[in-house]
Ligand binder design. Structure first.
Ligand code: SF4
Ligand code: ZN
Length: 291
């Protein structure tokens, strides 16, 4: 089913599933990212990464009484896109019997993303990313979660490292390790961080749950799109490139552990969330774009 170019192995469907379950288990169980007593909020957009994430976590923990899973879906209000993925998310949680919480931008910020972005489409992902993070943490808090799991895969992580380099903001890598919303700090875990996007797609096909869903219409404006295609080509020609980028992130985190590169992390004077200036990015968006 798949040629794992960085290991040189050719895997059939059965071995791909076993390999993914083992890697995810190593990432979160061996490193004690999820432990007995945890309630894990699983970010579930309904897209392929989060679908695979919930399937894998349900396989690992679904029958355990000491670990609880709650799916959290953020409805940004993106016409023609979110409806299809939300339907897919709804079908999955019903099939697995997992509790499901939905938080919408309309409820939280008073407007849909479509309305908020009028005239600001080129900044769509930076604005949406900040609002989405807040909505996800709000859902996790409502679930009483002790951990927040997101479906970021190896491609996403490697792209982020490269994007931070290109934007001249490498220190951002050492600032984004948790989800704090003024009150409780909910550690964030990324069980798929060592799994490539194409492995996730193949895993879903093998499991018979692949759905051809629409892409977010705003993604076309993102720098990430260009970085993604460049990195895929590099990975193809030089297998292991993405893993090596991730290793660099780890080295930087270790070298700067506890140090935020001269930018003291304080609290936003308006909402109390952690931030490096006087006002956090969310409050700045609130002032400029929200009514
Ligand atoms: Fe938001 Fe960008 Fe993701 Fe669309 S692609 S949901 S705008 S972060
Ligand atoms: Zn704030």
């Amino acid at each position: 089913m798949i040629h794992q170019r960085h290991t040189g192995r050719f895997l059939c469907g059965t071995h791909l599933i076993a390999d993914m379950e083992q890697r995810v288990s190593e990432t979160i169980v061996s490193r004690q990212q999820i432990v007995p007593g945890d309630c894990v909020a699983v970010g579930l957009s309904g897209g392929k990464d989060s679908t695979a994430l919930l399937l894998l976590l349900h396989h690992l923990f679904g029958s355990r009484n000491d670990i609880r899973l709650v799916a959290v879906t953020v409805d940004e209000g993106i016409d023609g896109y979110r409806e299809a993925t939300a339907r897919s998310a709804e079908g999955l949680v019903r099939r697995l019997g997992v509790t499901h919480i939905t938080v919408s931008f309309g409820e939280l910020f008073g407007d849909t993303l479509d309305t908020i972005l009028k005239g600001h489409k080129t900044q769509a992902c930076s604005i949406c990313g900040i609002l989405r993070k807040k909505a996800l943490v709000t859902g996790a808090e409502r679930a009483g979660a002790t951990k927040l799991a997101t479906g970021h895969n190896l491609d996403d992580e490697a792209q982020s490292v490269l994007m931070n380099v290109l934007r001249g903001d490498l220190m951002r890598l050492v600032r984004n390790s948790g989800a704090d919303s003024g009150g409780r700090f909910i550690p964030r875990v990324k069980p798929l961080m060592y799994v490539q996007e194409k492995e996730i797609a193949t895993y879903l096909m093998v499991q018979g749950v692949w759905e051809d869903l629409p892409e977010c219409p705003y993604a076309i404006h993102a720098l990430r799109r260009e970085v993604r295609s460049m990195l895929s080509e590099l990975e193809y020609r030089h297998p292991g490139t993405m893993l090596r980028l991730l290793e660099n992130k780890k080295k930087i985190e270790t070298a700067f552990s506890g140090n935020t590169g001269g930018e003291p992390v304080g609290r936003c004077r308006e909402c109390g969330d952690p931030c490096s200036g006087r006002t956090c990015q969310l409050c700045r968006i609130r002032h400029s774009l929200l009514h």
